[in-house]
Design a protein around this ligand. Structure first.
Ligand SMILES: Cc1cc2nc3c(=O)[nH]c(=O)nc-3n(C[C@H](O)[C@H](O)[C@H](O)COP(=O)(O)OP(=O)(O)OC[C@H]3O[C@@H](n4cnc5c(N)ncnc54)[C@H](O)[C@@H]3O)c2cc1C
Length: 474
């Protein structure tokens, strides 16, 4: 048997004592697998034959108490802890860059309760989101959280990155859907946030942990709202002469109604991705909509939407293209519709108020296209609010440098240019993919002196800095 060093073996035996021999691994092959998530840099690194960052121990807890015991061991020995859900995050948030313990949460996948009276569902956070949705569906309900990563992300990962699904315009982001949770703090204490609809008992603890990306503790259970399936869900597509007109029409719709889906593609994405995936060959800004609820309400909503779109001289493409979009909503992520290696790419999702939205869009487009002539920029807006919206903008480069160091440098320069253009014009560094390793350096630019609030939380809860080092700017 290979000797790994006295302390390594002592810690290993303590971890085995908590979760069982079969739920700890130090195998090189497993440690390699957990070194790559959906972050472009981690994938490029592995693709070029370089060794990804490796945790020392892969640990699979089966209960909240086991998570607590692991954190106590980590605290005692001052070992970094990295929580891993589905590994589908695009920000490098789950990569164990500091080594130590990687805690894979997927054994914690039990349904705890479906409360039909309060209309809530509670589960362990290692459950894959699709499974939670199936549990709700069995009783005729839905969480209405349909991100494109539904089948590969865990409940904990979605909470940690403040995720958003395609119906978010009506039902909200995960931060609107989650009503309470159980968290294991870095010192191993187990706490629960308040399980009430709203309160005035100080700041909202649930919201402190949503978006904390494994830096303040481990979310172990969570409760979400559930909804009855709508009586009717209807689709419709429109074509605007350009993005600017489309944005004005969408704002008008949002300030009167709440469609469940409203996706407005800029001219570049309409003639590339939309044409390729759903087959419509038109120039302009394509928009697809869904509206849902009781049949009579939907009928009225449809009339108002048609009137607004007519006011902005949109071409009404009917329901067929809207339905086609919905059927293909995951196809957008299949090869060869999605960007993939060897291309260099990134999704810079941002959000801004309507007063700034178009400014942010143009500033980001110019920052990317003017400074990097070999890079394409495409965008759509897919998550809308009464007072603003999200821009899902992507950059794509077909022939990035072969040298990994040069590739990382260029990747970061493009990101810096795009995100700083957003920040300078009233945007935010991210809307629903999180910060992770990718945007960590930009958190201080976003928050300025307000960053000390996060730093104080981190210091107070995790004085030894064991939880997810180098992420979230902490
Ligand atoms: C094809 C594709 C489509 C996507 N579409 C969407 C989309 O529509 N909407 C969207 O929001 N995102 C989308 N994403 C991004 C990604 O899937 C999400 O960020 C997802 O929520 C990550 O979940 P995960 O379980 O894979 O987390 P991981 O990647 O494993 O981890 C992400 C972060 O969460 C932390 N974490 C995980 N579990 C816990 C826990 N229990 N407690 C504390 N911290 C934890 C990790 O430490 C890490 O910092 C997509 C990704 C892909 C690959």
């Amino acid at each position: 048997m290979k000797t790994k060093g006295l302390m390594t073996d002592i810690i290993l035996s303590e971890l085995e004592d908590v979760v069982g021999y079969e739920n700890v691994s130090t195998k090189t092959s497993e440690r390699l697998v957990y070194g790559v998530d959906y972050f472009w840099i981690s994938r490029m690194w592995a693709d070029r034959g370089l060794t990804p960052p490796r945790a020392d121990y892969i640990v699979r807890p089966g209960s909240t108490e086991e998570v607590a015991a692991i954190l106590k061991i980590a605290n005692y020995y001052r070992i970094p802890v990295q929580v891993w859900g589905g590994g589908s995050g695009s920000q490098g948030g789950a990569i164990p860059v500091a080594g130590g313990i990687l805690m894979d949460m997927k054994r914690m996948n039990r349904l705890i309760e479906l409360d039909e009276e309060s209309m809530t569902i509670t589960c362990e956070t290692g459950m894959i989101h699709q499974q939670l949705e199936w549990h709700a569906n069995e009783k005729g309900y839905s969480l209405m959280h349909y991100p494109s990563c539904l089948t590969c992300c865990t409940v904990g990962g979605a909470l940690a990155h403040r995720g958003a699904g395609i119906l978010s315009t009506k039902y909200g982001k995960i931060d609107d859907m989650c009503v309470s949770m159980e968290v294991v703090l870095p010192n191993g204490d187990i706490i629960n946030t308040l399980p009430v609809p709203r309160h005035a008992a100080g700041p909202d603890l649930t919201q402190i942990f949503i978006g904390s990306e494994g830096t303040l503790g481990v979310m172990t259970k969570a409760t979400f709202k559930i909804f009855e399936m709508p009586e009717v869900r209807k689709f419709r597509a429109f074509l605007f002469k350009d993005m600017s007109t489309g944005l004005a029409a969408c704002r008008d719709i949002m300030q009167k109604l709440k469609p469940s889906i409203m996706r407005l593609y800029d001219e570049a994405e309409t003639v590339s991705i939309i044409k390729k995936v759903i087959g419509i060959d038109k120039k302009g800004a394509f928009m697809n909509l869904a509206y849902e609820g009781p049949a009579e309400v939907v009928k009225i909503e449809e009339r108002i939407i048609l009137d607004i779109c007519a006011k902005y001289e949109a071409e009404d493409l009917g329901s067929e293209w809207g339905e086609k979009w919905y059927k293909n909503r995951i196809t957008f992520f299949y090869p060869d519709h999605i960007m993939d290696l060897p291309q260099m790419f990134g999704t810079m999702d941002t959000a801004a108020t309507y007063a700034n939205l178009e400014k942010v869009y143009w500033a980001m487009k110019h920052a990317v296209e003017d400074n990097f002539p070999d890079v394409r920029f495409i965008a759509h807006c897919s998550h809308w609010y009464e007072w603003g919206a999200m821009i899902y903008d992507r950059f794509i480069m077909d022939n990035p440098p072969d040298d990994p160091e040069e590739a990382i440098r260029l990747h970061n320069r493009i990101w810096n240019a795009g995100v700083r253009a957003a920040l300078a014009n009233g945007g935010v560094i991210n809307h629903h993919h999180g910060v992770g390793l990718k945007l960590s350096r930009l958190m201080k630019e976003q928050y300025g002196p307000a960053m000390q609030v996060f730093e104080a939380l981190k210091k107070g809860l995790d004085p030894h800095g064991i939880m997810n080092p180098y992420k979230l700017g902490l």
